[in-house]
Design a protein around this ligand. Structure first.
Ligand code: ADP
Ligand code: MG
Length: 235
């Protein structure tokens, strides 16, 4: 797999995605995000945001175009190489949390290191540290059904960052939360970004996106506006 230390945290070049059945979810998307950047991807439901995130996160492959992640050319990588790239370089946060019931917060977070070659004792130790970092040092042994929505999302964020990824992707991370809790979750994500992680946050909430340094607007599978083009410093 081709690798360079130069360049962006993320780059899409001419990326198109056609799903079986013929939906053109992305149509020739070009997008670059700087290392340490924070970009909001905004657009109505069905505009292609999740598809874009899945392709940036190498969870899916484009029909056409190239994807560079943290200097690696995902287009030429095998599925095994992409799994390793995700395990070591990326973290994911989703609207629905995807925590495992009947398992403590620590073990849910430790699961984020399952493919990193770290033994169980150290996985749990690092999971505790990650939970403290997201403000859940007092909830280590709670199971998901004993946590509030905001605490569940903090736990999911701890799982996403426990491997110290270079890039964190969040797909509608506040979609299942009330607006105040959602703002707190965005604040937490911004702190992670301040500590150095590149962050991509998908949202259809304009107010929330407006508070972020860069907004990329998606409509019908195309980028129709990018605030970094008006204000290049924010990129
Ligand atoms: P968003 O996240 O902005 O709501 P999506 O990326 O989920 O948008 O979807 C973009 C378009 O692609 C929609 O028309 C959706 O119905 C379609 N789509 C998404 N996933 C699939 C899939 N797995 N198979 C077929 N069509 C899909
Ligand atoms: Mg979506």
């Amino acid at each position: 797999m081709f690798h360079t230390e130069d360049g962006h945290a993320l780059e899409l070049r001419g990326v198109s995605k056609r799903y079986p059945g013929g939906v053109e979810a992305l149509k020739g998307v070009d997008l670059a995000i700087e290392r340490g950047g924070l970009a909001a991807i905004v657009g109505p439901s069905g505009s292609g945001k999740t598809t874009m995130l899945q392709i940036m996160g190498t969870l899916d492959r484009p029909t056409e175009g190239d994807v560079m992640v943290d200097g690696y050319d995902a287009s030429t990588a095998t599925d095994n190489e992409l799994s390793a790239l995700r395990a070591h370089r990326m973290g994911f946060v989703f609207q629905q949390f995807y925590l495992l019931d009947g398992m403590s917060a620590v073990d849910n977070v430790a699961g984020g290191l399952l493919y990193n070659g770290v033994h169980l004792g150290e996985r749990r130790e690092r999971a505790r540290e990650a939970l403290v970092r997201v403000g859940l040092g007092h909830r280590l042994d709670h199971e998901p059904n004993q946590l509030s929505g905001g605490e569940k999302q903090r736990t999911a964020i701890a799982r996403a960052i426990v491997g110290r990824p270079a890039i964190v992707f969040a797909d509608e991370p506040t979609g299942a939360l009330d607006s105040r809790t959602g703002r707190e979750i965005i604040e937490l994500l911004r702190e992670l970004n301040n500590d150095g992680a590149t962050l991509v946050i998908i949202t259809h909430d304009r107010d929330l996106a407006d508070a972020l340094p860069r907004q990329v607007q998606v409509r019908d599978g195309e980028i129709v506006d990018d605030s970094a083009i008006h204000d290049p410093v924010a990129a």
